[in-house]
Design a protein around this ligand. Sequence first.
Ligand SMILES: *Cc1c(COP(=O)(O)O)cnc(C)c1O
Length: 408
Amino acid sequence: MMHNYNKIFEQHLHDLKQEGHYRVFATLERQSGNFPHAYYHDENGTRKQVTIWCSNDYLGMGQNKSVQQAMHDAIDQYGAGAGGTRNISGTQKLHCDLEASLADLHSKESAITFTSGYTANVGALSTLINLLDNPIVFSDALNHASMIHGIRSGNAQKRIFNHNDLAHLEALLKEAPIDAQKIIAFESVYSMEGDIAPIKEICDLADKYNAMTYLDEVHAVGLYGSNGGGIAQMRGLLDRIDIIEGTFGKAYGLMGGFVTGTQAMIDAIRSFSSSFIFTTALPPAILAGALASVEHLKVSEIERKTAHINARYLKDALEENDLPYLQGDSHIVPLIVGDAVCCKAVTDILLNDYDIYVQPINYPTVPKGTERMRLTATAAHTKDDIDKMVSALTELYQEHRILERMAG
Ligand SMILES: *Cc1c(COP(=O)(O)O)cnc(C)c1O
């Protein structure tokens, strides 16, 4: 029998579209120096300027002059690529400098960089699990796909605790054999909810049940703590977390991932993690940019302060206008629409009529009935940008009777 392979993929795409889950990317042209404004290109090839309201470049570091200069200089000095994997000719002096800076950031013995935060989670978690003796992993229900991937490829026994639910986590820990090896894997800032984990209490449970702690601080590094170390640093808990994972892709404004921990844990990840070993190393420009960004945010408070002030200003303005945002302690502000079609319609109108770009967040990323816009007021947004956004939202929520729909 003849297989029509192309047809199979077409059918899957057709189904995805029918279910309303087909993703359409907005094509942007970022403009150096003009963030959070950028050009948007529509399907007809016309372009217009929009304000971005869903970027993870929380501090505008993607356009920081010292970061850009460091990247230009690195290309001039070292060339374009790394030239190999870390093991075979790809390790640059810049890797060593950056990893030393990251270990210092988290007051840990050691650090290791990956080509993304995603591969850092996959590589670190799967390696830890594989080297332990049949461990049980306790994973928050809202953990990121990359952590789930890492836990799955480590083939661990997995217990999922309800999001940020200490009682449930403890019940699951209690059920496990007392002498079993255990890892609790969780995030600090949850980016779809905008809330923050009870890190201290989770560490207390980890102590009580003798578990390792693995904390994803991807949405917090650069943004929280006295030198950008994240929530654990801000709360004075760095020494209570065994492994901290982060990215250069969000507040640091670039790309690439890392984990920090003890010398032995990091050396084990370096020695056994496939997703670290068998891939080309980060190139000089990225390394130099990341180092400049991390070092800049260790000493500079202004970006962090401005971002948090802007997030507060946004939340207060939403509150005043009775717009239903999720109250969390982080800088991320999810605004509930509660219906997939309406969420898409509202974001389309924002883009077409208000020159505001925010991506709708629908099922399966969030549960049905909780469709939302995930708003990020970055350090680069002005009060005027925020006022415009809130007045557009207020109009649209009234026009589309969104609160009434949610109540009914
Ligand atoms: C974005 C994200 C990652 C992946 O980081 P990248 O550097 O973008 O690959 C990991 N964990 C969480 C919670 C994230 O939101």
